[in-house]
Every structure is written in structure tokens, then in C-alpha cells.
Write a protein that binds this ligand. Structure first.
Ligand SMILES: [Zn+2]
Length: 293
């Protein structure tokens, strides 16, 4: 398996399957291992249990340290599906993450299997099969706002942010200037942010940190310049939508208005699983948000 070294003690895997190189949520999801002086911390797990288990095994061997924690950036299935691989360590999520996992477990019980692809936005048979045998456990350490893990200068800062999902969090490793952003930052087209105020709060918090590398929830490792570009796009989107509302431009024309900023990654292919334009959805929900203000 290919490991991507982000900094001296930070390694990331992508879950891509060479045999099935679709750009799906599952295959672009990242899982990170941070080696602290006497423990290993994992952040999110690949949806594929075999990959997670190999990753853990190889990192424990490489660093000759035990895994103590799995930190969840949020509880969407593509970040927690192989949790079972970490059933002997502390699992950390934001307080609301527990509800999210319970909701998923309830949905799996109530909803018939043939509806799973549309409800959970899954198209890969392998993932559907994993869903059938899934053993999710509930996090045992719940964070309201912030939790520091490890000792200075090697501490990790788990910060609850919301935004992409109510339970979204990011993890910052100041010593190596690495941020694990979760799905509030995605390198694959396009972004899946929350409301404008949540989004800008998150970007401003991240901008205040000394960051060299960002591990996004999905896609390749990026630098802080990527965050700056994304923030600039959403600032322009916000002010343009505000202007269009002021000018009383009808809703339908506003969504395709030529004055809307161009998203710099528009030419990238969309995720393959759903025939859905995520960028359009964000523009529409931000328009509704501004209209209500
Ligand atoms: Zn995701």
C-alpha cells in the first residue's frame, strides 16, 4: 500500500482501489496517522477495513508504538466505516457525533437494503457489502469545543467546528504544522460547506494557525494557498449573491448569473456516485440563507 508522508511523523492513505479507479467518496477519503513520541493517533479510518487494518499494522511496526486513539473529523460513513479495526483504542468525536452514528445505525435497521445506494449515496458494490457486516461503535471521548491530546510540544488540538456537518471537527498538529481538515475542506471538486457564517468562522480559525500542509477530507494533500483560494471564491460568491438579492434579480436567473464568480476547480470531474451538482446546491443554499437575513 502506498503511504503519503506529509511531514516527519504524519502519514496519510487514500482509499483508492486500483481495480476500480472511480472517483467516489469512498475512494478519495483520507485516513491519517500521527506518530507522537510514545503513541500513534489515527484520524478517520478508510471505508475499507482491509486498508485500515494494514495501515495500522504497518505504522505500529514502523514506529514501534501502540495506537491509543482514533479521532473522527465527523461521523459520515465514508470516514468511519472500518471503525472496528480500532475497537481497542479510545475513539474521540464531537458530542453530536454520537447522534450521527446512532442515526446511521437506525437508518441501516429501518431502511431496506435496496434503498441504501440512494439514501447513503453509494454506488460501489464493495461498500454496500461492507455496510451489511458493519460494526460501528460509539465514541467514548466526546468533545464539546476543544480537546488537547498529547503533551506539548507534540500536542494535537481537536476543535469542534460544525459547517460541513453538525459534528465536524478539525485536528491541528502545531509541531509539524499539519491540519487535518475533514470535509470542511475537500481537494476534489467541489466543496461541501455549511452556512456562510460557519464557513467563514472555520476559514478564519484555520488562517490564524501556522500551517504548512492540509490533509483534506477527500483528495490530495494541499498547502495553505489552497485554503486562501477557496476562501476567496466563497467571499466573492457571498458578496455577489448579496448584490443580486439587492438588485431583486429573480431566483432562477441569480443561480446562473454571469456575475457569479467562477469556481477555480470547475473543470475537474464531479464525484461519480451521484448525478448531482454540489456547487449548484451550495449556491442555492447560500442564496436562501442571505434571502432570510
Ligand atoms: Zn466525506
Amino acid at each position: 500500500m502506498e503511504y503519503n508522508q506529509v511531514s516527519e511523523n504524519v502519514f496519510v492513505i487514500f482509499s483508492s482501489r486500483a481495480s476500480n479507479p472511480l472517483k467516489t467518496a469512498a475512494q478519495t477519503a483520507t485516513s491519517t496517522c500521527i506518530a507522537l513520541p510514545d503513541q500513534l493517533i489515527f484520524i478517520d479510518c478508510s471505508p475499507y477495513p482491509d486498508l485500515s487494518s494494514k495501515f495500522r499494522e504497518d505504522m505500529e511496526q514502523k514506529f514501534d508504538r501502540k495506537t491509543t486513539h482514533l479521532l473522527l473529523t465527523h461521523s459520515h460513513w465514508d470516514h468511519i466505516l472500518s471503525m472496528e479495526v480500532f475497537n481497542d483504542v479510545d475513539i474521540v468525536s464531537s458530542e453530536t457525533g454520537v447522534n450521527e452514528i446512532n442515526n446511521t445505525l437506525n437508518a441501516l435497521n429501518i431502511i431496506e437494503e435496496d434503498k441504501w445506494p440512494t439514501i447513503f449515496l453509494i454506488e460501489e458494490q464493495e461498500i454496500l457489502d461492507i455496510f451489511k457486516t458493519i460494526k460501528l461503535s460509539l465514541p467514548n471521548i466526546l468533545v464539546k469545543n476543544e480537546l488537547i491530546i498529547g503533551k506539548e510540544p507534540y500536542e494535537l488540538i481537536f476543535r469542534v467546528l460544525g459547517g460541513h456537518s453538525i459534528d465536524s471537527a478539525s485536528i491541528y498538529f502545531p509541531h509539524e504544522k499539519v491540519l487535518c481538515a475533514g470535509d470542511n475542506l475537500i481537494e476534489c471538486f467541489p466543496q461541501l460547506p455549511g452556512t456562510p457564517s460557519e464557513t467563514f468562522d472555520i476559514y478564519n480559525y484555520w488562517e490564524s494557525l501556522d500551517i504548512e500542509k492540509i490533509v483534506p477530507g477527500h483528495g490530495n494533500i494541499v498547502g495553505k494557498d489552497f485554503l486562501v483560494k477557496i476562501k476567496l471564491y466563497f467571499e466573492k460568491l457571498y458578496s455577489t449573491l448579496q448584490d443580486l438579492i439587492k438588485q431583486k434579480i429573480p431566483r432562477k436567473s441569480a443561480f446562473t448569473h454571469p456575475s457569479l464568480p467562477k469556481y477555480f476547480a470547475e473543470s475537474q470531474p464531479n464525484w461519480s456516485e451521484i448525478d448531482m451538482n454540489w456547487l449548484d446546491m451550495t449556491i442555492k443554499s447560500w442564496y436562501r440563507y442571505l434571502k432570510r437575513k
